[in-house]
Write a protein that binds this ligand. Structure first.
Ligand code: 3SL
Length: 228
């Protein structure tokens, strides 16, 4: 199994035969995993707030969730805190976040598209082992900048893969693996630029939650439509 990781959420190339794992550990992909674990039936990631409102008109009973600048969008039902996503049995969520949902849209060409995070690292690793495809990890970054927490989040998943299978790591995948091997998730998330930003916005409990390794046994897998 060949494993690679991108530094930035650039447009994916040559991924038609690969599994692509998009990470936005703080917080969109953690929120997606949490919403599914709380019973949500479907999650539609959308890029813009306008698209979120117009999709809601077409799906009766859907909840709107997401943020801009970390704060719940006016008129939305939920923000982007995973801790808000509870008791969602059968609900449809339309989610729009600053970086994470946009990165998911950039990965539409993947053979299999997965939303990964630290809270579902083992579930994602087990799923990848069954798929047995080459894997590209795609960190969402923060406002087009490198994000430590997504890079390390991929590393935790890679280390679980490497325990079970012979893996061939690209140079940057090796760096993310080593980063995760040496540093506990909570330290990485608290130290990261975006972790600090969330703590300053009053979301310290979210940062703590997003660092909980292997808390949830769910794998968000999706096929997205281009252009929404
Ligand atoms: O950028 C994103 O997609 C968000 O997850 C950012 S935040 O953690 O909600 O601020």
């Amino acid at each position: 199994m060949k494993i690679d990781i991108l530094f930035y959420p650039e447009k994916l190339k040559n991924a038609e035969d690969k599994a692509v794992v998009v990470l936005d550990v703080l917080r969109a992909t953690t929120t997606i995993a949490t919403a599914l674990a709380a019973g949500a039936e479907k999650i539609y990631p959308v890029s813009s707030i306008k698209d979120a409102f117009s999709l809601k008109k077409k799906i009766s009973g859907a909840l709107l969730g997401g943020e801009r600048g970390g704060i719940k969008v006016p008129g939305f039902d939920l923000g982007n805190s995973p801790l808000e996503y509870q008791g969602l049995k059968g609900r449809t969520i339309i989610l729009s976040s600053t970086n994470g949902t946009k990165t998911l849209k950039k990965a539409v060409s993947a053979k299999t598209l997965i939303a990964g995070s630290i809270v579902n690292a083992k579930a994602v690793a087990d799923y990848l082992l069954k798929l047995n495809l080459d894997v590209v990890f795609m960190p969402s970054g923060t406002d087009s900048q490198f994000s430590l927490e997504d890079f390390a989040g991929a590393g935790y998943i890679i280390s679980l893969l490497a325990e079970e299978k012979k893996v061939e790591l690209s140079d940057q995948a090796y760096v993310s693996f080593e980063l995760a091997r040496i540093n506990p998730p909570e330290e990485i998330l608290t130290r990261s630029f975006h972790g600090q930003r969330l703590i300053n916005l009053g979301f310290a409990r979210d940062v703590e939650y997003c660092a909980k390794l292997n808390l949830l046994d769910v794998v968000p897998v999706g096929r997205l439509q281009e252009g929404r």
